[in-house]
Design a protein around this ligand. Sequence first.
Ligand SMILES: CCCCCCCCCC/C=C\CC(=O)SCCNC(=O)CCNC(=O)[C@H](O)C(C)(C)COP(=O)(O)OP(=O)(O)OC[C@H]1O[C@@H](n2cnc3c(N)ncnc32)[C@H](O)[C@@H]1OP(=O)(O)O
Length: 303
Amino acid sequence: MCPSVPLPSPCPPGILFPYSSPQLWGRAALQPPVLLPTQRRTFSNNKILVELDTSSGVATMKFKSPPVNSLSLDFLTEFCISLEKLENDRACRALIITSAIPRIFSSGLDIMEMFGKSTEHYAEFWRAVQEMWLRLYGSSMVTVAAINGSSPAGGCLIALSCDYRIMVENPKYVIGLNEAQLGIVAPFWFKDTFVNTVGHRVAERSLQLGLLHPVTEAHQIGLVDEVVPEEKLQEKAAAVVAQWLALPDHARQLTKSMMRKAVLDHMLAHREEDIQNFVKFISKDSIQKSLSMYMEMLKKKKS
Ligand SMILES: CCCCCCCCCC/C=C\CC(=O)SCCNC(=O)CCNC(=O)[C@H](O)C(C)(C)COP(=O)(O)OP(=O)(O)OC[C@H]1O[C@@H](n2cnc3c(N)ncnc32)[C@H](O)[C@@H]1OP(=O)(O)O
C-alpha cells in the first residue's frame, strides 16, 4: 500500500527507494535518504521544554512548571501550542512526555482555575482542557508517557491519552482518576479514555472510589504498560518508540484513528454541551465548598 505522502518520480538513481525501508516510513520519509548527523531542535517556554531529534524523528517534552506541574490555563495553552508545532513538523514522528519536576509527573488540573472564578473563566479553562485532550488523544504521532512521578486526575488523563505508558517503580508514586475524592466527577471523555485502557469493570470501581493506584497495582490493572527503575526510564521509552516507529506511519495512524474515533467524535459532537455542563457543575456552592476543603486538606498535610 502507498503512503499518503507524494512519491518521488522518477526514483533518484543510485539510492534505495525511501519507502522500502521501515525506518523511513512516514513523515520522516521525505527526508533525503542520506545519513545525517544527529540534529536537535529545541523550543521552550516557561512551562514546557521540547527537544526534537530530527534524525530519529523523536521529540521529548518535559513538563517544568513548579511546584507540581499543575495544569493551569497557561500551562494548557503552552502544551497545546507545543503539540501543534510537533504535529505540523514533518520531521517529528514520535513524542515522549515526561517531567522535569522530581517525584511529580503532573498534579492534574490546577484547582485554583476551578475555584472562585467567573463563569467565563470556567468556560475558557474547560475549552483548553478539551483542546489538550483532543490534540493528544487524536495525535498522529507515536506518543509515550514516561511517568516519573505521581499523576493524579488530569495528570493521569495525559498519560492515558498516550499510546503507551511506562512508569518509574517507586512505592510513593500513585496514578489514577481520583476526581470522586475531591467531590467532583470525571467527565464522560475522561471515563471513556480510561475504559478504553483498563476495561469497564476496573474503570467503574476505580472511578467510583476515586482510587489513586500505587505503581505495581497500576501495572496489574493495565493502567500502565511497564514499570522500570528510574535510571532506565528514558532508555525504555526510546526502545518502545523505536518499536512503534518500525511500522509504516500510515498503517499505524489509521489503526489508531479507528480505535479512538468513536470517543473523539462523541466529544466533538458534545463539546459545547460539555462546557456548559462543566460551568454549571463547578459553579455550584457545594462543589466550590468541596474544592476549598480539598485545598485546605492539601495545605494541612504539609504542616
Ligand atoms: C455532571 C458532570 C459534569 C462534569 C463536571 C466535570 C467536573 C470537573 C472534572 C475535573 C477533572 C479533573 C480534575 C483534576 O485534575 S483536579 C486535580 C486533582 N489533583 C489532585 O488531587 C492532586 C492534589 N495534589 C497532591 O496530591 C499533591 O500535591 C501531590 C501532587 C502528590 C504533590 O505532593 P507534594 O507533597 O510534593 O506537594 P504539596 O505540598 O502537596 O503541593 C505543593 C503545592 O502545590 C499545590 N497543589 C498541588 N496540587 C495542586 C493542583 N492540582 N492544583 C493547584 N495546586 C496544587 C499545593 O496546594 C501546594 O501549594 P502551597 O505550596 O501550599 O501553596
